[in-house]
Design a protein around this ligand. Structure first.
Ligand SMILES: *[C@@H]1O[C@H](CO)[C@@H](O)[C@H](O)[C@H]1NC(C)=O
Ligand SMILES: *[C@@H]1O[C@H](CO)[C@@H](O)[C@H](O)[C@H]1NC(C)=O
Ligand SMILES: *[C@@H]1O[C@H](CO)[C@@H](O)[C@H](O)[C@H]1NC(C)=O
Ligand SMILES: *[C@@H]1O[C@H](CO)[C@@H](O)[C@H](O)[C@H]1NC(C)=O
Ligand SMILES: *[C@@H]1O[C@H](CO)[C@@H](O)[C@H](O)[C@H]1NC(C)=O
Ligand SMILES: *[C@@H]1O[C@H](CO)[C@@H](O)[C@H](O)[C@H]1NC(C)=O
Ligand SMILES: *[C@@H]1O[C@H](CO)[C@@H](O)[C@H](O)[C@H]1NC(C)=O
Length: 803
């Protein structure tokens, strides 16, 4: 629990105990003749912020801090004496000559103070409407002349107008640092920096090691965090001048988590080494860029990807190199880069070509059609394949590599093959289009304007599965736009496998969840189709219900019943959520998931293997009934088939069985494995992936098995359940969970036996050892042992809703 808290950089909301509420002096300024005691506050001119004394939750220590005054959820944005708490309410804050703001304790010792060497005749401290506390001369309003400002010493919160980065004149670096815990505002291990080396980018650091990099600013957003682009709620700017470099945002109106970063395992810095690419589509797998190969194939094969990759054919600057374009990437670390805002991409290439140590170039600013030039020197590190957004980079290659592409395409045979396939495809396409148009004409005679750019999808959709089979209402885009307030950010529920999910309210008052296929994700198109077709045919109380879909123009949208309680992970892994799930509810959820899965595997018209079963794909309705969702990766089979082999492993590490993750073999028993993992997660309240124990290197599965072998199963139970559980049910659940995660697929029970074993007395078989019970296994791409989901640094952008 403590590590989790440490990992969150911006802590919202923090419940604060305000001992005394009321305002002593209705002013925003403190002069040398005044002071504030514990219980008194000063309020900024517009009433947005207050400065005073507070205690964090579960703590009696007193701190001086600034919090939002107009918001009912107490939200501290800055703390003065972070490391030196007051032990009781005897603290006094005052301004002294020649210009210092000081905090004294009960025995009059100064325990905290601003520092500045300048003296002014009439020093005052003023809390500005921006939330900035400044020390200045009474008559001085020029920011440049302030003696001190709290915006230069932020704690864990970034406010509009604040600047992160380095002041090259004073050398002062402004960065954010996490609280140690909810109880202790002292600096925790995580910090957020704007690094001005080379071309600026932002970093999350854990102590001194880099955890996450946003990627360089591209004029619209950060290269690695496309969702952090400008939006109606706030904007960012990166300003580079000779004096300082900074970023700022602007926020208005309840707290919402807008964005969390790092978002996936590929966000951990440098995971795949130099010239390695990390691809989340395949559950964080490292690869080499095209025309690169592992530097140390042996280590690479053993799962250690940190050595990275190198060019198959080394550069030879003398005989002339060329460049290859790589697309949809998070641009590599820019600390060894230089840039020029004035030159074109073509000139950029020329500049790079001239210098043998220049390894790559790209457009600097992609807004307004693109301008400027960014040049890399040295190895390219921390490249991620982006599912949406992503940029082009031109990487230096030996002459033979850079031309081989063109020449191979130029070979006659290939050209012929391509044109043949093309024309065949066009004939098929035309045929399909005619068929499609005829059918559509009949069915949609009423609907007038229809864009056709979505045709290839609709065509496949209607052709493969005739409408009788589909039985799925089509909704008009205009209704969905209205229902979701034009896909407004306030309606956004989260980010699904292939695009954002919004909450919508239909005209008849029905609440729905709207899943919108991201335009960028080509992979998502198949998954969309798959999901629509697959789930339209399924009806079960433990499966999420698809209400309709919408295919208009470029929009591809699925409409689901709305689940007010979000997903299982919001409860079992959440600090407060876990308290609201007692054992009977947890057992009810386990049984519900099992029944939903049994239906998929045996009872539905199609045999369905879900392939991506995990806590976040189990949604909960108002009565906490579990509903399996996200069929984007599901596969259906004829009656007798039970599995298949695939080259494209989709799914989530921590939930995939060994035979699937390693060899791509999947069957109903892969879902059984994932079910077992979920059962153990529900019982323990801990995630399998990222599980840490000080005694051993096992993950949750290994830990559960160890306890089971030692007859100490009940030690696995989530402490938050207290003693209020049925230990027989718990023991059964643990054992069934362990049987489901056994290494050998044939040893695992099928879902009907699992349900039977959960619900009936009787002797259960002995569980053999689980698959993947060591945390650092071959499939685990993590090269360092520090990466765990429970202790990594995160930036959480929480915003005030404009209401
Ligand atoms: C605070 O503590 C000091 C020393 O422990 C004591 O002298 C003082 O009376 C206390 N003040 C209050 C308000 O409790
Ligand atoms: C005030 O601070 C001084 C110096 O840190 C310390 O010696 C003293 O005990 C503190 N008094 C109170 C009441 O906390
Ligand atoms: C203020 O304190 C910080 C750290 O304690 C120090 O780096 C900085 O130089 C000080 N500034 C002045 C003006 O003394
Ligand atoms: C921030 O937003 C508010 C309201 O949206 C606007 O009035 C203000 O000018 C903005 N501030 C800056 C610095 O852009
Ligand atoms: C930058 O270049 C230096 C010198 O070649 C090298 O040691 C360092 O690792 C490079 N850093 C990055 C982030 O590429
Ligand atoms: C950029 O180009 C403009 C006009 O093309 C010129 O006036 C300006 O001096 C250039 N700036 C730099 C830094 O080269
Ligand atoms: C190549 O670029 C590097 C880094 O900017 C620079 O240090 C070096 O002098 C350049 N070499 C040539 C030949 O221009």
């Amino acid at each position: 629990m403590r590590t989790l808290v440490k990992g969150i950089l911006l802590l919202f909301p923090i419940s604060i105990l305000f001992l005394t509420q009321k305002i002593a002096c209705a002013t925003d300024t403190l002069t040398t003749t005044q002071f504030i005691k514990d219980g008194e506050t000063i309020i900024s001119a517009g009433g947005s912020f207050a400065l005073g004394f507070f205690s964090p939750s579960n703590s009696n220590n007193r701190y001086v801090g600034i919090w939002y005054q107009k918001i009912s959820i107490p939200t501290v944005v800055w703390v003065a004496n972070r490391e030196v708490p007051l032990v009781n309410t005897s603290g006094v804050l005052e301004v002294i000559k020649p210009g210092l703001l000081v905090l004294r304790n009960g025995t009059n010792s100064i325990i905290w103070s601003t520092n500045s060497s300048t003296s002014v005749p009439n020093p005052v401290a003023q809390l500005l409407e921006t939330g900035n506390l400044v020390v200045k001369d009474e008559n001085q309003d020029n920011l440049e002349m302030f003696l001190w400002q709290s915006f230069d010493y932020p704690t864990d919160t970034f406010l509009p107008g604040m600047r992160l980065g380095q002041n090259f004149v004073t050398g002062l670096e402004v960065y954010l640092s996490s609280w140690k815990s909810y109880e202790d505002p002292a600096p925790g291990g995580y910090t957020y920096h704007c690094d001005p080396t080379g071309y600026p980018q932002n970093f999350i650091k854990k102590d001194s090691s880099l955890e996450f990099r946003t990627g360089p600013w591209n004029g619209l957003g950060f290269s690695g965090v496309p969702s952090l682009a400008k939006n109606p709620i706030f904007s960012y700017q990166v300003v580079i001048d000779n004096k300082e470099r900074w970023t700022w945002d602007n926020q208005t109106g309840s707290w919402l988590i807008y964005l969390s970063a790092p978002t996936d395992n590929c966000d951990s810095y440098g995971l795949c080494g130099a010239y390695g690419t990390c691809n989340t589509g395949n559950s964080a797998t490292c690869g080499c860029l095209d025309k690169f190969s592992p530097k140390n194939p042996e280590k690479w094969a053993n799962g250690d990807r940190s050595g990275g990759c190198s060019r198959r054919i080394p550069l030879d600057c003398k005989s002339g190199d060329g460049f290859l374009k790589y697309s949809s990437l998070k641009l590599p670390d820019t600390r060894n880069s230089s840039y020029n805002t004035n030159i074109s991409l073509e000139e950029c290439r020329t500049v790079c070509l001239k210098n043998c140590s220049c390894t790559a170039y790209s457009i600097l600013d992609i807004s307004n059609g693109g301008s400027g030039c960014l040049l890399w020197f040295g190895d390219l590190i921390d490249i991620k394949v982006m599912s949406q957004g992503g940029e082009d980079i031109y990487i230096r290659m030996a002459y033979s590599e850079s031309v081989s592409l063109q020449s191979s395409v130029g070979k006659k045979g290939k050209k012929l093959a391509i044109s043949l396939t093309l024309s065949l495809a066009m004939v098929l396409f035309a045929l399909g289009l005619i068929l499609y148009l005829q059918r559509r004409k009949k069915k949609l005679a009423k609907q007038k304007k229809e864009e056709l750019s979505g045709h290839n999808f609709s065509m496949a959709y209607t052709d493969e599965h005739n409408k009788k089979d589909l039985e799925l209402p089509l909704l008009e885009l205009s209704r969905i736009i209205k229902a979701t307030n034009n896909f407004s950010f306030q309606n956004k529920l989260g980010e699904g496998g292939f695009g954002p999910v919004y909450k919508g309210l239909l005209e008849d008052g029905q609440e729905v969840a709207v899943k919108r296929l991201s335009e960028y994700s080509m992979q998502g198109l198949d998954e969309f189709k798959n999901e629509a077709i697959c789930i339209a045919k399924l009806q079960h109380r433990n499966l999420v219900k698809l209400l309709g879909c919408c295919i208009e123009g470029r929009e591809k949208i699925l409409i689901y019943e709305y689940m007010p309680n979000k997903s299982l992970d919001f409860f079992i892994f959440d600090q407060t959520g876990r308290y609201s799930l007692d054992w009977p509810m947890r057992f009810h959820i386990i049984q519900g998931i099992a029944r939903g899965l049994l239906y998929l595997h045996q009872d539905s018209r199609l045999r369905i293997i879900h392939r991506d079963l995990k806590a976040s794909n189990i949604l909960l309705d108002a009565d906490m009934n579990p509903k399996i969702s996200d069929f984007g990766t599901a596969r259906s089979f004829g009656g007798n088939e039970t599995g298949a082999n695939t080259n494209r492993v989709v799914g989530t590490h921590g939930y995939m069985p060994p035979e699937y993750a390693v060899d791509g073999i999947f069957s109903v028993k892969s879902d059984v494995f994932s079910f077992g993992v979920i059962v153990l997660e529900i019982v323990s309240g801990k995630r399998n992936r990222g599980f840490l124990h000080h005694d051993h290197q096992f993950n949750l599965l290994g830990h559960a098995w160890k306890l089971y072998k030692e007859g100490r199963e009940l030690e696995l139970v989530d402490l938050h359940l207290g003693d209020s559980y049925n230990s027989l049910q718990v023991l059964r659940s643990i054992q069934v969970g362990l049987l489901c995660v056994q290494h050998g697929p044939d040893d695992r029970p099928d879902m009907s036996s699992a349900i039977f074993m959960l619900g009936n007395d009787g002797v259960l078989p002995e569980a053999k050892h689980p698959g993947f019970f060591m945390e650092r296994n071959v499939v685990n791409e993590h090269s360092s042992s520090t990466q765990t989901s429970s202790s990594r640094g995160e930036i959480t952008m929480t915003l005030l809703e404009a209401r």
